[in-house]
Design a protein around this ligand. Sequence first.
Ligand SMILES: [Zn+2]
Ligand SMILES: [Zn+2]
Length: 154
Amino acid sequence: MNDEQLQQLVEQISLEWFKRPFLHRAFFNRRLKTTGGRYHIKTHHIDVNKKVLDRFGIDELVGVIKHELCHYHLHLQHKGYRHQDKDFKVLLKQVGGSRYVKNVDDNVLFHVYQCTCCECLVFRKRKIEIKYYRCANCLSALVYVGRHKREDFA
Ligand SMILES: [Zn+2]
Ligand SMILES: [Zn+2]
């Protein structure tokens, strides 16, 4: 996906979910390190971390775009556009945007496994071959949950 396709996707999501046009620019920002996306209050542009698409796929990208569009539309309508504002929370829920923007920094992401029996979680920096591992508490098999921050389970 290139910037032009991203632009089209943002315009399309804006009309479909917010019933309002997106009249500014959206582009991939390759320098964003840890955040998934960003809305610029001064220019009204939206930039999105390319890693969101590469690592988490199109659904997560759409979730991030919806999140940034909530900031965008509320800000332009002079409503509460910040995370802690009620307007933001309500709109985000309505359109099904990502609640928090996933942290895409490799350093804080773990491969997470869960015991099929006692449901305890196992965090590993490197992917493990689950057929060779057992839960340390009850020796049951593990299943792979995905890549997450520890805080995601806090
Ligand atoms: Zn935000
Ligand atoms: Zn267990």
